[in-house]
Each structure stands twice: as structure tokens, then as C-alpha cells.
Design a protein around this ligand. Structure first.
Ligand SMILES: Nc1nc2c(ncn2[C@@H]2O[C@H](COP(=O)(O)OP(=O)(O)OP(=O)(O)O)[C@@H](O)[C@H]2O)c(=O)[nH]1
Ligand SMILES: [Mg+2]
Length: 178
């Protein structure tokens, strides 16, 4: 966290495999638009003012690369991140499995400190192509210390601002507690 005057600034990193919808979630949240075309991310970050408990907070959202050839920056984003959105697609079981090692990387980089995380199952509009049941994902979120699990659709703007706000509020509480 950094403070400029009274304003807090929180860094949230969006992590997950290539193509799960990290950039679409980010642009839906920040700009209110859905991007149809898939353009693999190298690195991007966005800033947005939000209100947390009556306080003006600047969110810096770091949209990371999921595709192998661009993941070199990921270590840095993990180090800078204070809150994490761990994103998979409900249409891909392997995208859920990849989060297991990503979460381990976060824990290793951060020591044993508890950093706020949300497990996000994106593409909930593609119910017919679902490969990951809610139960399976929910069980994983429970085994990770009961972190929140949400299903989102960047396409339909379902639960998108909710996951960002929940992560920011958890972050707010955890920083106050330190
Ligand atoms: N149906 C549907 N498609 C989505 C959704 N979110 C993203 N997509 C599509 O999935 C593709 C990949 O989305 P991106 O947001 O670019 O994926 P990413 O996770 O940022 O991928 P990398 O940057 O390579 O890591 C795009 O074609 C999107 O239009 C969603 O909620 N529903
Ligand atoms: Mg991307």
C-alpha cells in the first residue's frame, strides 16, 4: 500500500492461464467494454478510483500474461501484488489446475503472509461448454483457506465488479489489521 495524502493505493494482480479472460474481466471492470477478439497480453495495467467503506482508493490492476512466452514479468507482478484474482475458465479443467502452482508461487514469493485472493471461474455464460463444476471449484477455494469463489462472465458483465470490490475490501481490512 502507498498513501498520497489521504488516498490509498492498492495493487491487484490478475493471474491465470492464457485465454481464460483476464484482460476481458479487467477492461469490463475498468472501462465497461467487452473485447471479443483474443489478443494475448504481454503486460498491461489500469488504474481506477473506487470507494471502499467511504474512502477513496486508487486501484492499480495488473493484467498479467497467461501465455507461456510472455510470463517473464509474472514474478514481478506477484511481488508487487497485494491482492490476487486467480482466474480460470469454467470451460477448461486444465486452467483450474494451473492455478494450483500459481498460488504456490504467490505463497513462496510472499513468505507465509496471508494475501487476499479470490478464485474466479470466468465465462459463466458458456454453460453448455462447462468442464469444471461449481462444487469442484468451490472445494478448491475451501482448501485454500476458504477464499471467496465467484463465477463471472466478462461478456455479460456478471459479477465482474463484485470480484474486484471483494478483493479490494479484503485488502483494505488486511492492511488495517497489520
Ligand atoms: N464467452 C465468453 N468469452 C470470453 C469471456 N471472457 C473472455 N472471453 C473471450 O476469451 C478470449 C480470451 O480473452 P482474454 O481476456 O484476452 O484472455 P486472457 O486471460 O487475458 O489471455 P492472455 O492475455 O493470453 O493471458 C477472447 O476471445 C475473449 O473474447 C467470457 O466471460 N465469456
Ligand atoms: Mg490478457
Amino acid at each position: 500500500m502507498s498513501r498520497v495524502g489521504n488516498q490509498r493505493e492498492y495493487h491487484i494482480a490478475v493471474l491465470g492461464s492464457g485465454g481464460v479472460g483476464k484482460s476481458c474481466l479487467t477492461t469490463q471492470f475498468v472501462q465497461g467494454v467487452f473485447v471479443e477478439r483474443y489478443d494475448p497480453t504481454i503486460e498491461d495495467s489500469y488504474r481506477k478510483h473506487i470507494d471502499v467503506d467511504g474512502r477513496n482508493v486508487m486501484l492499480e490492476i495488473m493484467d498479467t500474461a497467461g501465455t507461456e512466452q510472455f510470463t517473464a514479468m509474472r514474478d514481478m507482478y506477484i511481488r508487487m501484488g497485494q491482492g490476487f484474482l486467480l482466474v480460470f475458465s469454467i470451460t477448461s479443467m486444465s486452467s483450474l489446475h494451473e492455478l494450483i502452482s500459481l498460488r504456490e508461487e504467490i505463497i513462496k514469493a510472499k513468505g507465509d503472509a496471508q494475501f487476499p485472493m479470490v478464485l474466479v471461474g470466468n465465462k459463466s455464460d458458456l454453460e453448455d461448454d462447462r468442464r469444471v463444476t461449481r462444487t469442484k471449484a468451490f472445494q478448491l477455494s475451501q482448501s485454500w483457506g476458504n477464499i471467496p469463489y465467484y463465477e463471472t462472465s466478462a461478456r455479460r458483465d456478471a459479477n465482474v465488479s463484485e470480484v474486484a470490490m471483494i478483493n479490494a475490501c479484503d485488502l483494505d481490512l488486511s492492511l488495517d489489521a497489520r
